[in-house]
Design a protein around this ligand. Structure first.
Ligand code: PLP
Length: 387
């Protein structure tokens, strides 16, 4: 059976070139990067080269990059690290209602430990209004965290505008750029951010490795306690093969990004146009234009998201409903609810995220088969009968 992967926002396969670059660091170049002998220095060079590649790519300097175990750790590190470092100054954090759980869950945890959190809402497209951020600021606000683009609905946020507000008020500003790095241009100075999270497996690097950018002068507590790795900011022996893979993945994105963005936006726009033309009663989730080039998200009325996923899976097509991290839970997506959808519409969402290895014929295959799946499921739906 033909297998088609349309779930790149959940994770992407490791690019074969990335794997090739990583392999020597498991075997010949296995040294501990903190060791001063040649084995250690060889591993250290791999890490420092990757740090430089990543820093250049996002407009940072290498010593502003801390390697981590992925997006979740970078998000937790940014929130807890900055909040505890600035606790004497204030205890108020502002974030948005549509953040990934790697932010919302740590924010909830911190609320139990003397911090106050304001969740700023979004409009029907999932867009944060910078004025709402401004209004939420108090004299106790020490940190603002708003994601660059949403993982479920693809809406790209006005980060540069929020950055200006944060700078004017002297408040640290973090963005979760896990879904944007390698997909759209990201420059920490253009965005005006002090901290930025990223994760290699979303841009064809390996899983379990990421980074946190921290602008020079930003106060942040160390996250893992132990050795002096990462200039004492994050203990534990670095994941050398993973970090080398992250660097290689960035190098490839640098070469391919504009071409890939153009192709994926073309497929995205075709799906956004043709799904409603072929299936009645559907609703596009996310912003019509300020949107990731590879994200399509529709609510299909009278049908459950899970049923669509299972039926597409039987045809070999992998898509998702809401975020992969929350599937398995019966709660509808907090992101879709924040945009004002009813529980029924939120449950009926299907997310198609495109990537490097998709083809025109896969888009055709999806468009030719999906309407029939929806029609069959609607025939079984009591809600559809009552329509
Ligand atoms: N932030 C966003 C926006 C994400 O999409 C994800 C993963 O889905 C994460 C954070 C967590 O990243 P990781 O899986 O590397 O921990």
């Amino acid at each position: 059976m033909k297998r088609i992967y349309f779930d790149y926002a959940a994770t992407a396969p490791t690019d074969p070139e990335v794997l090739k670059a990583m392999q020597p660091y498991f075997t010949e170049k296995f040294g501990n990067p903190s060791s001063i002998h040649s084995f250690g220095q060889e591993a250290k060079k791999g890490i420092e080269d990757a740090r430089e590649i990543l820093a250049n790519f996002i407009g940072a300097s290498p010593d502003e990059i801390i390697f981590t175990s992925g997006g979740t750790e970078s998000d937790n590190f940014a929130l807890e690290g900055v909040a505890y470092a600035l606790k004497a100054k204030g205890n108020h954090i502002i974030t948005s209602a549509i953040e990934h759980h790697a932010i919302t869950e740590v924010a909830k945890f911190m609320e139990k430990h003397d911090f106050k959190v304001t969740l700023v809402g979004v409009d029907k497209y999932g867009m944060v209004n910078p004025d709402d951020i401004r209004k939420a600021i108090t004299d106790k606000t020490i940190l603002i965290s708003v994601m660059h683009a949403n993982n479920e609905i693809g809406t790209i946020q006005p980060i540069a505008e929020i950055g200006k507000i944060a700078k004017e008020k002297g408040i640290a500003f973090h963005t979760d750029a896990v879904q944007t790095i390698g997909h759209i241009p990201v420059n920490v100075n253009d965005l005006g951010v002090d901290l930025l999270s990223l994760s290699a497996h979303k841009f064809y690097g390996p899983k379990g490795v990421g980074a946190l950018y921290v602008r020079k002068g930003t106060r942040i507590n160390r996250f893992l306690h132990g050795g002096d790795q990462e200039k004492g900011r994050r203990a534990s022996t670095q994941n050398t093969p993973g970090i080398v893979g992250l660097g290689k993945a960035i190098e490839i994105c640098k070469l391919k990004m504009s071409e890939e963005t153009a192709l994926q936006s073309k497929w995205r726009d075709r799906l956004i146009k043709e799904i409603p033309a072929r299936i009645p009663d559907v609703l596009l989730n996310g912003h019509p234009t300020s949107r990731l080039p590879n994200n399509v998200n529709f609510s299909i009325k009278y049908v459950e998201g899970e049923s669509m996923i299972l039926h597409l899976d039987m045809l070999g097509v992998a898509v998702s409903t809401g975020s992969a991290c929350t599937s398995g839970s019966l709660e509808p997506s907090h992101v879709l609810l924040a945009t004002g959808l009813t529980h029924e519409l939120a449950h009926g969402s299907v997310r198609i995220t495109l990537g490097r290895y998709n083809t025109d014929s896969e888009i055709d295959y999806f468009l030719n088969n999906f309407p029939q799946i929806v029609e069959n499921l609607r025939k079984m739906s009591p809600l559809y009968e009552k329509k």
